[in-house]
Design a protein around this ligand. Structure first.
Ligand code: TYD
Ligand code: MG
Length: 505
């Protein structure tokens, strides 16, 4: 035992990826990061954890694991909705007692504000009585926290504030028969366990501190909300190593200068992972945005070239958002292509398809693409809207006002069906849009694959489910060009044909 302890004395941990080595190096062999290896000395091994202080109950028999069959009934995990609908939706309906939620985000995005509002909602005086919610901060003084709560109009909520960073102290205070139903720890990078000598914020400290609190949360049955700061490259700093330990990972995103904040679940043991919650940061804190489409489209100007409204789906909700494109002449041999809010590889693909199949020319042009409002889109269904914005940008013709676009684009320029069309169309109709350009619906009468030689618009169809919305189903990108830039369509088609001919001769 003594020997193994002596061996433990020196270990070196990469602060970027958490790899443990026995000797120091300037560069981590595992992740390639420079200057990330730090010596960490465990002062004592702590196999039992810190949570045993004072407790004489709960000693378990050693040496046996009990197995149970799949049959038998387990009640669905009870949840406590906070009452903040956007937060609850992302969590999968509310907080599960005993579970841990990690909330990551860049400094200043509003994590502390969000959690103060969640804590206050959970500790609303109108709810069933019970112990108050605990809000532990290692970053702000109690006066600061109180001041913020008052400014947010949350002064009456049953929330107890504390400033603490020692996990031993925190565990000792919370390890009671009647713990708070929910505990906020802001942030995990400020916490430390005194069995490790490394500084707070190092991988070992973050991991050990979180482990202690998670264990306690499970044992005492409270919901634990951990805040984790994220480094600039988008990784949870250190907390990357926490992701497997917690039940739910939420990220809080927002563009600087935009009031919109998006809460996204990237892992959830108790719910879906594709939900988003939308908030707006104002002077009195975060306001829930029940209708994100209206928000994302609020600053839209209908008559500019290079903009198209995409009818997307985020989680279970349809969200309409504007996609903006700009193509300008470039003096560079390799013109710039920059994307905000979408995948740059997909932009490259859509550009290549427009050039090769439709005769649009982007050589010598810089291309910029932006998803308005700071939203990040992951759906291939945005292809067609991106194509519409690009066609409009190079032709100078604005996309007709009141039009939404969605559909996936294949490499031959064909427009492919996407899921949840009805929900997209319904949302567009609800927001007063008059026209939708969409893929042919599967199996529908207008499911034609005639490469756009037929006049665009033949697929027009008015559905009873969304009155007032004219739906134009198109099968190829050439149809889109015919709709958006009819006078340029012929020229482009001839160019594409010539290019195809040249290829074969
Ligand atoms: P904060 O919650 O402290 O961010 P984090 O904990 O993620 O670091 O939020 C800080 C920012 O939010 C700060 O720039 C000010 C802004 N803010 C508002 O605009 N309105 C408000 O009511 C509050 C509380 C903060
Ligand atoms: Mg904070």
């Amino acid at each position: 035992m003594k020997n193994s302890l002596a061996k433990l004395q020196h270990r070196y941990v990469c602060q970027a990826c958490g790899t443990v080595t026995t000797r120091w190096g300037g560069r981590c062999d595992a992740c390639g990061e420079w200057n990330s290896i730090v010596e960490e000395i465990p002062r004592e091994a702590a196999p039992g954890g810190l949570g045993k202080a004072g407790g004489n109950s709960g000693r378990r028999r050693a040496g046996r694991v009990e197995f149970v069959g799949l049959e038998g009934s387990t009640a669905r995990e009870p949840r406590s909705p906070s009452g903040l609908a956007e937060f609850d939706r992302v969590c999968g309906g509310g907080l599960v007692p005993g579970s841990t939620v990690l909330i990551g985000g860049e400094p200043g995005v509003g994590k502390s504000t969000l959690l103060m509002q969640v804590a206050a909602a959970l500790g609303d005086p109108g709810r069933a009585p019970g112990p108050p919610i605990a809000y532990i901060s290692g970053e702000e003084a109690v006066e600061q926290l109180r001041l913020r709560a008052h400014r947010l109009g949350l002064g009456a909520a049953r929330v107890e504030l504390a400033t603490a960073t020692s996990v031993r102290d925190i565990v000792a205070s919370l390890d009671t028969a009647e713990p708070p139903p929910a505990v906020v720890a802001d942030s995990v990078q400020t916490l430390y366990v005194d069995t490790l000598e490394s500084a707070p914020g190092t991988v070992s400290q973050v991991r050990a501190s979180a482990q202690e609190l998670i264990r306690l949360a499970k044992r005492r049955g409270f919901a634990l909300l951990l805040v984790g700061h994220v480094t600039k490259d988008g990784q949870l700093a250190g907390p990357k190593v926490l992701e497997h330990m917690v039940d739910t990972v939420l990220t809080f995103e927002g563009e600087r200068g935009h009031p919109f904040r998006i809460l996204r679940a990237s892992k959830n043991r108790y719910g879906p992972t594709d939900e988003i919650g939308v908030f707006e940061m104002g002077d009195d804190g975060l306001r829930e945005v029940a209708n994100p489409s209206a928000l994302f489209l609020a600053e839209r100007r209908g008559d500019v070239a290079g903009a198209a409204v995409f009818a997307g789906i985020e989680g279970t909700r349809p969200v309409l958002v504007e996609i903006q494109a700009l193509a300008s002449p470039s003096p560079l041999a390799t013109p710039r292509r920059a994307v905000v809010g979408w995948d740059s590889a997909r932009l490259a693909m859509v550009l290549a398809v427009l050039e090769a199949r439709c005769g649009l020319v982007f050589t010598g042009k810089e291309v910029y693409l932006n998803v308005a409002g700071g939203l990040r889109i992951g759906e291939p269904a945005a292809d067609l809207a991106v194509a519409a914005a690009l066609i409009s940008a190079v032709s100078g013709e604005p996309v007709p006002a009141g039009t939404v676009v969605f559909g996936e684009v294949g490499l031959s320029g064909e427009v492919r069906a996407v899921g949840r069309s009805e929900a997209r169309l319904k949302e567009a109709a609800k927001l007063g849009f008059e026209r939708a350009i969409s893929p042919p619906r599967r199996g529908g009468a207008s499911d034609r694959r005639d490469r756009g030689r037929k006049k665009a618009g033949n697929g027009d169809r008015e559905a009873a489910a969304h009155p007032g919305l004219k739906i134009q189903e198109i099968a190829h990108l050439n149809d889109l060009i015919e709709i958006l830039a009819p006078q340029a369509a012929g020229r482009m088609a001839r160019r594409a044909a010539r290019a195809a001919e040249a290829e074969f001769s």
